[in-house]
Design a protein. Structure first.
Ligand SMILES: [Zn+2]
Length: 239
């Protein structure tokens, strides 16, 4: 098990508002505090995530974007792009890949973070599978090779080689991030997604701490010792 190094620039491909916070907000808050620039690419607007009989999709999408912006502010994330796909409606289309490639070529991340599309131990939400796979494909080969989406080159966006993809929610994590210093801010950022909380914020904090503690227990030993951890599967590309 290897500790993750801090990149200069990190881009997250997030299927729904709140997935970034539950998946890797501890790592993001730590990196931002140490100088990393972070871009959130939020793929869907989360407009189906409610059981409230009086809620509409339009209103929920607005609420969830606001919650996402508040969570980002807490973490210190500098930049976000909301692609605005409907919740549950994400497809692995040419257009979606073009949008991800465009952000990679514009923002030039060293690291891209996404959800592991190949999780088999539990059912993986369709938007999670689609966004994870499209993120990997966008890094390699589409953003790397200039003749893909060549119209972007004419707009001044040059090809870009992403060095590393970190996948959260993986069955086979092989790198770890010690989030002992940022677990509280992670809990607070997650609690900003009020529309998605079925429990009070204190219970959410306990739940997220328990989850981070179990991650730490899983990886402690192999040259690693921490109380709270986020864990990822790392995929490296030659640069
Ligand atoms: Zn989700």
């Amino acid at each position: 098990m290897e500790l993750i190094e801090r990149p200069d620039r990190a881009m997250l491909v997030i299927p729904h508002p709140d997935d970034g916070e539950s998946g890797c907000a501890g790592t993001i808050a730590k990196w931002v505090a140490e100088g990393t620039r972070v871009l959130y690419v939020v793929c869907t607007n989360g407009d189906k995530g409610t059981s409230d009989p009086g809620m509409t999709r339009e209103r929920l999408a607005e609420i969830r974007e606001r919650e996402q912006r508040e969570a980002m502010k807490l973490l210190g994330v500098q930049e976000a792009v909301f692609l605005g796909y409907g919740d549950g409606e994400l497809e692995d289309t040419w257009q979606f890949r073009e949008q991800l490639v465009r952000q990679i070529r514009r923002f030039k991340p060293d690291v891209v973070l996404a959800i592991d599309p190949h999780r088999t131990a539990m059912h993986n939400h369709r938007d999670h599978r689609v966004s994870g796979q499209a993120a990997l494909d966008a890094c390699y080969p589409y953003a790397r090779d200039r003749l893909h989406f060549q119209e972007q080159e004419r707009e001044g966006l040059e090809s870009w080689k992403v060095g590393t993809v970190l996948l959260w929610g993986s069955d086979h994590p092989d790198v770890v991030s010690d989030i002992g210093g940022t677990i509280d801010i992670k809990a607070k950022a997650l609690a900003r997604h009020e529309s998605q909380l079925s429990r009070d914020p204190n219970e959410v904090a306990e739940w997220i701490k328990g989850w981070a503690r179990r991650n730490a227990e899983r990886v402690n030993g192999n040259g690693v010792s921490c109380e709270y951890a986020e864990i990822f599967r790392k995929i490296s590309f030659r640069r």
